[in-house]
Design a protein around this ligand. Structure first.
Ligand code: BTN
Length: 261
């Protein structure tokens, strides 16, 4: 089980002051995102963190289930109050960049982001992010950033999910989850504050360094159509750009896969 006092010790002083009383650890929950979305409706604080050792109803994007066995993975959600006036496109992409930077730094593995915010190592998914929004009765808006990292999945689950991987498969048997949590809390807090204040343009320039799809042939599936083309990065709004028949088409939401995988 993760140790709360060590997580707090690893936080920079200013972040510890803001979050120390707001971090909750559970042996089991339905979903850490669900927990924070519900608590947002009654909370009087602007931030919060929830971590569970296992989830009975872990969820991914597009109504998919997120496998959440107990053991040593990470199921983590962070709640941040966001003014109604801010658009949230940049926030979603920035959380992917932040997680990618942290995983690269801690593992030295070549982690990349698949738009909008799936994390890949050697073309297999290592982590996923689900961002959801709650509005409390006073009309205040909260963002919940939910992160699942596959640190050591049971072999039976890896066999069921051929497109997934975990850190253990890349030789990381000892992995400091408390340090990962401390870095996430701190870096997410700082980057989201900076995006809310100044927009995400400085991160837009960073995107290329982490972009798994850049110049790859991809399939793009929207609610009512499928496309194939070459990925050409993201627009300043965070939309995916895809070249098709010599023209660039933009997507604000879609499911994407690499056509050669
Ligand atoms: C995806 O890739 O589809 C997103 C997966 C997000 C999973 C995390 S685990 C912690 C948090 N709680 C949930 O129920 N989902 C997110």
């Amino acid at each position: 089980m993760l140790k709360l006092d060590r997580i707090v010790k690893l936080l920079p002083a200013q972040i510890a002051e803001k979050y120390a009383e707001q971090i909750e650890l559970f042996a089991e929950l339905d979903s850490t995102n669900e927990y924070l979305l519900n608590s947002a409706k009654t909370t009087t604080v602007a931030t919060g963190v929830c971590i569970a050792e296992t989830q009975t109803a872990g969820r991914g994007r597009n109504n998919k289930k997120w496998q959440s066995p107990p053991g040593s993975n990470l199921y983590f959600s962070q709640l941040i109050q966001v003014p109604q006036k801010n658009t949230l496109n940049g926030v979603t992409l920035v959380s992917g960049i932040i997680l990618c930077q942290i995983l690269r730094e801690m593992t030295e593995l070549p982690c990349l982001v698949k738009w909008p915010n799936d994390l890949y190592i050697a073309n297999k998914k290592i982590a996923g992010i689900l961002t959801e929004v709650a509005v409390d009765p006073k009309g205040q808006r909260f963002l919940v950033i939910g992160i699942g990292v596959n640190i050591a999945l049971p072999q039976s689950i890896l066999a069921e999910l051929p497109s997934a991987t975990d850190l253990a498969s890349h030789g990381l048997i000892e992995f400091d989850r408390e340090l990962l949590v401390a870095k996430l809390i701190s870096n997410i807090d700082q980057s989201i504050s900076s995006v809310l204040q100044d927009g995400w343009l400085s991160y837009h320039q960073l995107w290329q360094q982490y972009d798994l799809l850049l110049d790859q042939s991809i399939f793009v599936k929207t609610a009512n159509q499928s496309y194939q083309g070459i990925a050409k990065g993201v627009t300043p709004e965070g939309y995916l750009q895809v070249e098709m028949n010599g023209e660039i088409k933009q997507f604000s939401a879609a499911e994407v896969s690499i056509s050669t995988l």
